[in-house]
Write a protein that binds this ligand. Structure first.
Ligand SMILES: Cc1cc2nc3c(=O)[nH]c(=O)nc-3n(C[C@H](O)[C@H](O)[C@H](O)COP(=O)(O)O)c2cc1C
Length: 349
């Protein structure tokens, strides 16, 4: 089967693959640029790029500056090659400013999830940028469609559907997560497609996010009807992903039995590997920390068992004792560190 290209708004990639924006610094400029060069959509993760010490006093400015630097690094390497975009989590306290920075830097697309991006069009204005919400149910998608239409006369350019087995934060109840067959990606496709058709968007690209680590996985998602896939966990093991090698080896050495779901300070369940920090959190032990800068709207530092910003920075630095290792269910597919090109080479005809 020849794989189709993926068209979103005025953009087109050779392969129907979007690299997931993964924070902190997994979805780096290097990974995003390499993916674009290989024929996919490259996505820079916007969360947690600022320096902690400077962020204590100038959080918004520090995050904007470091985010701009990251986008510039990718743009300089790509010299106009597209599509290069960003991922912005709705849960961020500086969501508006980060989106505005992405617009100022002229990215090609914005993917926004971890909450419903109901006011994303407001911060993008007339800029010619593809807007791609992330949802986990037709109900959530319908709310995005109706809000964007009513308040901004705007339609999404594509939609990403995160399933119950994907990496990162999960837009499902614990009951659904324990019974993923009730809300699997093939079921979700039909519901999202129906919602898109009802909104007069029969050709809207619908992208599946979860458990893609091979050409066969891409083909399976296309057979459900999806127009493309978003790849997260598998790309953590790439040479280009921004985290330290010691951390990459944690994912590489893990299997599905090492996975556990905990409550994240983001306010959603999150799938993670059982590492020392997670073992401590599971006992209910509150880690001692002072909140550096209120990066999340939903986090109550007095009640949170740990600081997710510090934990993800520790992961970036290779501090296995204190890091948090978000993962999808297909972590066992990560068996070695490889150049991202190796994955794209398997997609060639
Ligand atoms: C380490 C890690 C970090 C992530 N960070 C983000 C993020 O910053 N923003 C976001 O919207 N999703 C994030 N996600 C979710 C991914 O964007 C993606 O939807 C998901 O990983 C796809 O499933 P997969 O991991 O099974 O491929 C993250 C996932 C992982 C594994």
């Amino acid at each position: 089967m020849k794989l189709p290209s993926l068209k979103i708004r005025h953009l087109e990639s050779q392969y129907p693959v979007i690299q997931a924006g993964m924070g902190v610094k997994v979805g780096s400029a290097e990974l995003a640029a390499a993916v674009v060069e290989c024929g996919g959509y490259g996505t820079i993760a916007s969360v947690g790029l600022g320096d902690v010490e400077r962020g204590k006093y100038h959080f918004v400015e520090e995050c904007n500056n470091k985010f701009s630097d990251e986008i510039h690094r990718a743009q300089e390497r790509l010299k106009g090659k597209k599509p290069l975009g960003v991922n912005v989590m709705v849960a961020l306290s500086n969501y508006k400013e980060i989106v505005e920075t992405a617009v100022k830097e002229g990215v090609d697309f914005i993917i926004s999830g971890a909450g419903l991006p109901l006011n994303l069009p407001e911060f993008v204005g007339d800029a010619d940028i593809a807007l791609i919400p992330v949802v986990s149910s037709a109900r959530a998608f319908d709310l995005v469609l109706r809000t964007w239409s009513r308040k901004y006369n705007r339609k999404p350019d594509a939609v990403i559907v995160e399933g119950p087995r994907n990496g990162g934060h999960l837009g499902f109840t614990m009951e659904q997560i324990e019974h993923p067959e009730t809300c699997s990606l093939d079921i979700l496709y039909k519901e999202i497609k129906a919602a898109a058709e009802q909104a007069g968007l029969p050709d809207l690209p619908i992208i599946a996010a979860a458990e893609v680590a091979s050409r066969a996985d891409v083909e399976r998602m296309l057979s459900y009807g999806y127009n493309g896939v978003q790849v997260g966990t598998y790309f953590i093991a790439t040479e280009e992903a921004g985290v330290d090698k010691k951390s990459k080896m944690v994912w590489i050495n893990a299997t599905e039995k090492d996975i556990v779901i905990i409550k994240s300070p983001v306010g959603l369940p999150v799938r993670v590997l059982r590492t020392p920090l997670v073992e401590r959190v599971l006992t209910g032990e509150k880690q001692r920390f002072t909140c550096p800068y209120r990066c999340l709207r939903s986090c109550n530092p007095a009640k949170s068992l740990f600081c997710i910003a510090r934990a993800l920075i520790a992961t970036y630095q290779g501090d296995v004792e204190n890091g948090l290792y978000m993962t999808g269910c297909n972590v066992a597919a990560c068996t070695k560190i490889f150049p991202v090109k190796e994955f794209f080479d398997t997609l060639k005809d």
